[in-house]
Structures are given as structure tokens and as C-alpha cells.
Design a protein around this ligand. Structure first.
Ligand SMILES: Nc1ncnc2c1ncn2[C@@H]1O[C@H](COP(=O)(O)OP(=O)(O)OP(=O)(O)O)[C@@H](O)[C@H]1O
Ligand SMILES: [Mg+2]
Length: 275
């Protein structure tokens, strides 16, 4: 069974595509067969990241691992109902193409689209990167302006709640695991970091997500995109680029820590299958 990991958050720019690519490469490097689906049809950041990787590997003669990519198109039909039916079929077909994969990583747009909602219904694990800002927190929960306490779930949490409810109705005993990870954590804004941490702990218990440690704010994430590389490609004797600073080493540990926190099922790796 392919384990489906969906990167979602209706808030733009929270780190979904960056995290998706790092998860894809982390899983590939563990020997798994990985599929990738980019549902952000407008920006296509994950597809572009993978294209950049292909170009880099070709130009520099490097052997890099790649996921199996399948495309999903948006429906152009006028009727809302027909267009939704068509998109449902499109996503189903794309996931069928990835049936031989151990994991499928789906990157969603930073908006509430039909395809994104559908992807959440297929998820075994949802990963929600969240910038360390109360503006982004607002998509998860409303805060009481007087007391500062969590007043209730907000738009995105309600969408995940609905996906979980629908999934439960199918009789699936495993349900959807939801992991929220803080992104672009600053080393300087200690008070904001602590406040966000407290509110997220409170919310995690109330609406049922798990909190992962998350990634620090590091310029290397922006620099790697044009080369199609991730922090996990750096270092080692055949490394295409050197792992140059302590900050990069720490960042790599953060990625490994995220993968560990996801508690993904131990699929049989390609090496084990071949043995
Ligand atoms: N931990 C980080 N440190 C520094 N920059 C980061 C980090 N994570 C992401 N970025 C940068 O932030 C920007 C947004 O990241 P990304 O495109 O991954 O977010 P997204 O959630 O996929 O956005 P969208 O909703 O627009 O699809 C990019 O320029 C990316 O390089
Ligand atoms: Mg994106």
C-alpha cells in the first residue's frame, strides 16, 4: 500500500513545497520508491524543483535519486459538479499510477481548492508547515482578542476535521495522522517563539494534531531551489555541493528529526525487496 503524505496549509508561503521536496529526497535516500504529485498547478514549485534537479544532474553529470512524478490537471468544465467529478477522477488516476510506490508525496497550493480538499481525503499523513507568526496561526485557530486564548478551530482545521470525518466513515481503522511543524523558526524572537509554542500545544490537544520540531529560518533553503538540491544531497564524498557550515548540519538534523516524528510505516525498502 502506498502511504500518502499530503503537504497542506491554505496559507501561502508556509514552506509546503520546500518541505515536500525534502521529504521526497529523505525517503528516496532511505531506499524507498517515492511518487510526487504537484497540485499547485499555478505555481508548480515542486515540479519546478524536480525539473531543476534533473537539469543539475545532467549538467554536472551527477547521479541523483528522483521520484516518479505524475501530473494532475484542473478541470476546465463549466459545470461545477462535472468539473469536480472530473478532478476526482484525475487525482484517482494519478494515485493509481503511483501504486507501486512506497510513499506518495502530494504538494497542495496555499489555497482552498477542490483538488487540495480531495488530496486531504486521500492522506494517511498530513504535514502542515506553519510560519512562526500569529497571522499564519489564524488559519488553524481563532484567538480570543481579549484573553489571547484559543477560541476555536479555524478554516484549515475545519477542512482537516471534515477530511478525517469522511475518512472515518469509510471504515478505515487507521485514519489520518496530522502533524503540524513550525517553519522558519527564528533564533532571535524568543518571546514570539514561546507564545506560539504555548498556543500550539494548547491547540494540538484540542483539535488532535501532533507537533513536530520544525525547521529554522535558513537562507540555504532558498539557495538550493535553483539547483534542485536539498540539504540531504549535500556532504559526503560524491556530494554535488559542499556542506559548508554548522547551520547546514543542524538543518539536516532538523529534517531527519521531522521524518522521524512522522512515524511513517516501515515499508520494505528497494534493497530488501531485491534481497
Ligand atoms: N526554513 C526556511 N528558511 C528560509 N526560507 C524558507 C524556509 N522554508 C521555506 N523558505 C522559503 O520561503 C518561501 C516559501 O516557501 P515554499 O514555496 O516552500 O512555501 P509554500 O507553502 O509551498 O508556498 P505556496 O503556498 O505559495 O505554495 C520560499 O522562498 C522558500 O525558499
Ligand atoms: Mg508551494
Amino acid at each position: 500500500m502506498t502511504h500518502v503524505i499530503v503537504l497542506g496549509n491554505e496559507k501561502g508561503g508556509s514552506g509546503k513545497s520546500t518541505t515536500a521536496m525534502h521529504l521526497v529526497v529523505a525517503l528516496l535516500k532511505s531506499g524507498y520508491k517515492v511518487g510526487a504529485v504537484d497540485l499547485d498547478l499555478r505555481q508548480g514549485s515542486l515540479s519546478r524543483y524536480i525539473d531543476n534537479r534533473k537539469k543539475f544532474a545532467y549538467l554536472h553529470g551527477k547521479e541523483l535519486p528522483f521520484p516518479l512524478v505524475t501530473d494532475v490537471s484542473e478541470s476546465a468544465l463549466d459545470s461545477r459538479e462535472e468539473s469536480r467529478e472530473q478532478e476526482t477522477e484525475n487525482l484517482k488516476t494519478a494515485l493509481q499510477k503511483l501504486e507501486g510506490c512506497d510513499f506518495a508525496v502530494i504538494d497542495c497550493p496555499g489555497a482552498n481548492t477542490h483538488l487540495s480538499r480531495l488530496a486531504h481525503l486521500h492522506a494517511d499523513t498530513i504535514v502542515t508547515p506553519l510560519n512562526d507568526s500569529f497571522v499564519d496561526f489564524d488559519l488553524l485557530a481563532r484567538l480570543d482578542p481579549e484573553t489571547g486564548k484559543v477560541a476555536g478551530p479555524s478554516l484549515y482545521s475545519e477542512m482537516v476535521w471534515n477530511a478525517r470525518k469522511q475518512r472515518a466513515m469509510t471504515g478505515d481503522p487507521n485514519g489520518i495522522d496530522w502533524v503540524v511543524m513550525r517553519n522558519r523558526l527564528s533564533s532571535t524572537h524568543a518571546r514570539n517563539k514561546k507564545n506560539m509554542g504555548e498556543k500550539l500545544d494548547d491547540l494540538a490537544a484540542r483539535i488532535g494534531f501532533r507537533l513536530a520540531r520544525g525547521f529554522g529560518d535558513r537562507v540555504i533553503y532558498r539557495e538550493l531551489f535553483p539547483m534542485g538540491l536539498t540539504l540531504l544531497d549535500l556532504g559526503g564524498p560524491n556530494s554535488p555541493v559542499r556542506l559548508s557550515t554548522m547551520s547546514h548540519v543542524t538543518a539536516r538534523l532538523e529534517i531527519r528529526s521531522l521524518v522521524a516524528a512522522l512515524n511513517l510505516p516501515q515499508q520494505q525498502s528497494e534493497q530488501e525487496k531485491a534481497a
